[in-house]
Design a binder for this molecule. Sequence first.
Ligand code: NAD
Length: 499
Amino acid sequence: MGIDRNEWGVAKGCVREYGHFIDGTEVPSSGERIERHSPATGELVASWPTGTIADVDRAVKTAVEAFEDGRWSGLTASQRSEVLSRVAVQLKNDWKRLALIETLETGKAIAQSADEIPWSGDMWDFAAGQARALHGDAYSSFGDSKLALALREPVGPVGIITPWNYPMVVLAQKLPYALAAGCTVVVKPSEFTSGTTLELARILREAGLPDGVFNVVTGYGNPVGQRLAEHPDIRLVSFTGSTATGRKIVEASAFNMKKVVLELGGKNPNIIFADANLDAAVDGAIKAFVYNSGAECCSGSRVIVQKNIADKFISRLCEKLDSIAIGDPLDLATKMGSINNQPQYEKILKFIEAGKNEATLVRGGRALPDRGCFYIEPTVFKNVPLDASIAKEEIFGPVIAVMPFETIDEAIRIANDTEYGLASSVWTSDLATATRMARKVNAGVVWVNTFLDLPSEIPVGGVRQSGYGRENGRYAAEEYTVIKTVVLQDPTAAARYLD
Ligand code: NAD
C-alpha cells in the first residue's frame, strides 16, 4: 500500500515548477525547461530551467559580491552556526515532504528517503558546530618579540556539482561545511533530481541566510557544470559524480588553479572470511548492492568470499534475496525501488549481458517491466574472472560479482586489484584479520562487520581514481578554508637587514 501523498505534502498530479535560485529569489527560466518524470511510473513530477553560461555567470557574480562584502564571512562563527542549526531543525521537521520529493524524482524507496532527510539534517547539525570549532594555529617559539599565526580563512566563492543518486545527502556532505567556513556557494544539482536542492534554497532563506550566499543553477553538465568548473571567480569546486566527469572537472579547474575536492566512483570489495558471522555478512552483502538499487558509490559490488564457505554463502544470499520487496517506491514496505533514469537502466542491462558471457549467472539478470519503468532484479554472478568487465568497472546497479579466495594475502591482492579506492568492508570474527585488512586494503574507508555506516562525525573520501579531499567530520569544514600565515614582529626588537 502506497503512502498518502496528501499527508506527505505533495498530492498526486502536482507538478512542481522551479526557477534557478539566485540572490535570494527564484529566477524564471529564460529558455527551455527540463521535465522530470518519475523513473518508477513515468508520471511528470517537476520541471526546472535548462541553465546557460549566462545564468552561471550571473549566479557567480552574485556569490562573489556576497563573499566580498562580508555579509556572511564577516559574521561571527556563532551567528553562522545559528543559521545552520535552524536549517537542521527545518530538515528534521519537514522530512516527509522532502522525502516524498526525493522519491518522486529518484525512484528510491520512500522508507530510505525518510531516513536520508533526517540524516542530512544531522550533517547540518554537526556542521553548525564545526563553524565554531574551526580555528588556525599559533607559533610562539621564536623568542619574546615575535609571534606567528596560521589563520584559517574561507577559500572564497565555491562551486558544488552533485549527482542523482543521493541529491540531499551528497549536498549535506558539502554545503553546510562550505557555509560553516564562511564561503558563498553556487550549486549545480543533477539534471535528473534538482527538486530538493531548490527546496533547500527556500529553507535557507527562511533560516536567515543572507541573499546571494547560496545560489542554484539547474541544467546539464555541459554547459552549466562545465562553466562552473572553469569559472575564473570560483576558488574551489566540490564535485561528486563519475570518475570520467571528475577528470573533466580537474582539466577545467586548471584555468585558474582552483582547489578541487572529488568524490568519484568505486568498485568496492566486500570481503567475507570463513570465521565471519554468516547471517550478518549475508545481510551486509545484500544491503551493499540492493540499497539505493545499487546506485551507491560505496556499493560492495565485488564480493570476495573465502572458498570454503563460498557455496553456502551464495545459497544463503540468494535465499534472502527472494524476500526483498521490489516495486512501488511509495510503499513503505518496499526495499528496492526503480533505477534512477533510462541511460543508467540501459547501462546496467548491458553489463548484465556482458557478465553472462564472462561468468556464471546465479540469480536475477532480468529487467522487471511489470513493476514500472526501470526495474532490474538483484543479480548475482559467480566464477567471475578478475579481468571481467563486471569485476573491473563500476556498474552502479544491483549487480554483484562473487570471487573466491583462499588466504588472507590473496584476499588483499584481489581487494586491491582495482584502479579505484573508495570504500571496503571486511567480515570476520578475528581481530588479527580485521586489523591486517584495515591496514592493507587501499580504500578511503574500511568497514569491519558493518557497511555504509557513516555517522556525520567521521570523514569519508577516496584514494586513487575515487578522488581526493574529505567530506564529513572536521576535515570537511577545513577543505573550504585556506591557511594564511601571519608573522608579527615587535618593531623595537626587529633584527636589521642592513646592520
Ligand atoms: P556524472 O558524473 O554523470 O554527473 C554528476 C554531475 O556532474 C551532474 O550534476 C552532471 O550534470 C555534472 N556534469 C556532467 N558533465 C559535466 C562536465 N563536463 N562538467 C561539470 N559537470 C558535469 O555522475 P552521475 O551519473 O550523476 O552519478 C553517478 C556517479 O557518481 C557514479 O560514478 C558514482 O560512483 C558517483 N558517486 C560518487 C560518490 C562518492 O561519494 N564518491 C557519491 C555518489 C555518487
